[in-house]
Design a protein around this ligand. Sequence first.
Ligand SMILES: *Cc1c(COP(=O)(O)O)cnc(C)c1O
Length: 388
Amino acid sequence: MNTKFIPLSVPNFEGNERKYVDDAVVTTWVSTGGGYVTSFENAVAEYVKMPMAVATASGTSSLHLALIVSGVKENEEVIVPALTFIAAVNPVKYLHAEPVFVDCDDYLCMNPESVRDFLENHCEKRDGATYNKKTGRKVSAMMTVHVFGNICDMEKLMDLAKEYNLVVIEDATEALGSIVKEGRYAGKYAGTIGDIGCYSFNGNKIITTGGGGMLVSNHNDWAKHAKHLSTQAKSDELRFYHDEIGYNYRMTNLQAALGVAQMECLDKFIEIKERNYNYYVENIHGKNGLEILPFREDISSNRWFYSVLLKDNNMTTDQVIQGMSDDKIQTRPIWALISDLEPYKDCQRMDLSKAQYYVKRVVNIPCSTSLSLDDAKVVADRLLEITK
Ligand SMILES: *Cc1c(COP(=O)(O)O)cnc(C)c1O
């Protein structure tokens, strides 16, 4: 019997977190001014090799800003994955635009064939733009989500975006540190391939600021516009002139102090994630009809979340989750399909058979960077015991 609770994914503060947060408190720079915000922006920008990065209040707010500065308008359509966290889709609705749901591939990422199906069979090109034949609406963007630290098949998705003149927004909230190794985008980090990319520093992500986000763009003016919008679109500090409708989407210095310390640990965290992933693969994959889903071969993934596929095993995800929980080990099913949820049930969707399959067969197992190999052994042993 396991005696210690093993959580799914919790923060790891073994670096300079307390030192920097204490400094922010002692100097009273706890709000949106102060040096840590700039340092954190610079650290992320440098890491992902971009000229600038814009810190925000959350991943969701950076996705909202990304859609606005991309020029997505009311009554336009955005291609989104059905299998992802809802924060990748809700901002489309904040703009009164409409999502169109597509399927995933075998890496749980947006399936280029599903996107192609929609564009080729349900859309028409007119005057350099793409229109949905059924709704008549302009299709203006695609939201590529790099699920669990994988990277989408960006070569195919970028080709489609070019052919149909769509903006590419990368939801890289789960993939900070994942990098393409081969092919056209070799050397590029998740979030830096399309037009604009977003990261999240929520408590369960690979690094955390408690809550927070970041945005990078291959169009410098878009990044600058996002920064402007995030600070209430204030154009004159002294007189409070605001030249458009902005948002209070800034990160605080207190959060950024955590972020600077966490960035110092990112490479170490990725190493630990890789070590534990390899342990799980060696000890679980291929046993009892279970598989550990792979990360794409042509990338080096941050391996943020690990997915056990109940491939040739008759247990349900609920049974597995309960069996693990009975031994104090926290696991979880993947997200319900967004296209099935109340606010989205009437939206257009392509064939979603892969997403429907994986949603019923995948369980995420503990992946914290504080997870020791001994803990990983407890997890693997228990999983094999209950799935026998
Ligand atoms: C975490 C996450 C977000 C949102 O980030 P928050 O910082 O929680 O707002 C968006 N998309 C995906 C896929 C996520 O996993």
